[in-house]
Design a protein around this ligand. Sequence first.
Ligand SMILES: [Zn+2]
Length: 735
Amino acid sequence: MRLGLALIAAAALTFPLAAQNAPNWDAKYRAIPDARNIGEYMKRMSARPHHLGSPYDKDNAEWILAKFKEWGWDAHIETYDALFPTPKERLVEMIAPSAVPLKLEEPAVAIDPTSGQKAEQLPSFNAYSIDGDVTGPVVYVNYGRPQDYEDLERRGISVRGAIVLARYGNSWRGIKPKVAAEHGAVGCLIYSDPMDDGYFNDDIFPDGPTRNGSGVQRGSVMDMPTYPGDPLTPGVGATPDAKRLDIRDATTLTKIPVLPISYADAQPLLAALRGPVVPEPWRGALPLTYHFGPGPARVHMKLAFNWNRVPIYNVIARMQGSTYPDEWVIRGNHHDAWVNGAGDPGSGMSVVLEEARALGELAKQGWRPKRTLIYAAWDGEEQGLLGSTEWVEAHDHDLRDHAVAYVNSDGTGRGFFNPSGSHVLESLVNSVARDVEDPETKGSVWKRAQARAIARGSREERTEARSRSDLRIAALGSGSDYSSFLQHGGVPSLDLRFGGFDSSEGVYHSIYDDYYYYTKFMDTDFAYGRTLALVAGTTMIRLADADLLPFEFTNLADTVQTYLKELQTLLKTQQDEVRERNKQIEDGVFAAINDPKRPLEAPKIEQVAPALNFAPLENAAERLTQAAAKYRKAVDAARPKLTSNSALLRSVNAKLMQAERQMTDEGGLPKRPWYRHLLYAPGFYTGYAVKTMPGVREAIEQKQYASAESEIGRVAKALEREAALLDSISSSLQP
Ligand SMILES: [Zn+2]
């Protein structure tokens, strides 16, 4: 009898869910974050340039460390060493038809106090371009995507031996030199056209928020779709004693030299191009007629870099869980920037810090998270997700056993709540968004996001936004530190940010992304920064404190069904298009509409794609749908049992922690084994943009149908594993 009572008392202590009057900690948390603090942190961290390897980068890491400690966290700095080339020589000159040296300079703007910190600024460049000294005729290649080269080919224009001039936008920058090299170009220049982020859109900086004539977008061109992180240590942490590749064997460096330039520098090159006039979708907003080339403009470019290894300073803070210390809920944002980086990453990093302060404050009020919280400030994100990737690779085995979820942020702004991530977390994110107020409308941020989905959506999307209980979240590709957690580690991940009313695109990765700019054009009073701290902090608390992990598999199964339909439609569309095009070629349509003065070669007859057997995937998706519904029912029925039986609860959670991992495969994706997740990956030819069920989708797009069928089998097996895991949980909950 006594023993029985003692057990019940112990159970009640362990599971305050049962105690009706436990304080509502997540509501208490939301009273703490303060917008002014967010502004102060941003001001401090963006006061000087702080790229990887710079003095102020280290200074910021130490300051962040001190702050975590001040707020009661157990914190340390974890260091890795990664390859980071910085410019030694940058020379680009037009040598014909006239001699014009390019300036390659971003001048200070008088009204902007930090834009003149020249001594600490890295010059504009693309990281992981190889050294090179090349000369060739210029060819304009639009956004430099594979389809742009198809257009060139139909006009009989080759880039072999040429220096391509590509504009930023519509594909990740690293794709542009990759595709250019595949087509035989010897060099690549990337410029920012005013149509994409300049005066075509709004007034230019400093009068307005868009890119001015000398603004340059720095950025990495590492082949991240192959693997991110240190190019010399794929798959393992870049510790001092790690086995390193020879630089010559690092496959993620570019194959040709590449440099970003401003539109002021690009304009004389574009003006000196002849050859056919480009079609409308290729035209930018400069006051000139755009031609393809090649030439007569010829360019000489010479680039040399210091191929140094530099230290990465990741700041890692822990708050030990009271009940499940071995289950980790992880939150992160990067602290390094290309220059002063107030927007990218300061706007997100400051929010993450304010959450850490508020959680520390909550702990002083008596709260302890049930699971362990880890807050991270990553270094070297801009170069290619170096800090987070090396950390994930170094802790791969620990993460498999302990990681519950990873919640990322990066640059954030004013407007709509914009979550993306793993679909098992879709329901959780929706529930949090319903409980947080939008600072402008005073309704919930969920309500405002729903209104946008209705206003912007197709008929089908509108119906869904009105009737589906959760708003859909987008899948994750790449572009920030969630990539390694989700796609290498199989850790369910989220990326949370606000935006839509403002855009820092016009100063993205330039010397003008600073505190002056952010407080003039972005979330000027940090009201949305504070709102992000409320949303993300609440998400962290719910992940840490929920007795049963808040994963919802019906959302996942529903999403998987939509991906399957998309793949079937993709194949069908491809078949229809090729059939129609072949017919037009055979009927002489191309020859009849051809303008002999601007000749366009007819495309070549192509094989129509064969039928693919989607049955394994259809069956697996159906099985997952049923298993998810059964799991939901079993859990709802077993609630009382789960709150009283801690051993059962622990075993269910242990299985749930492996759920996302079921959809990964040790073999990885075709040609890129580092990417283990079979549902989500960045596109091989799009860069940041996601490809869902990438093995199948990219095989269809690239017309490798045998590979598409075997990938269908692998994805189906992964979904079957997921369904089997859910079924085993459901049966363990049977009375
Ligand atoms: Zn960033």
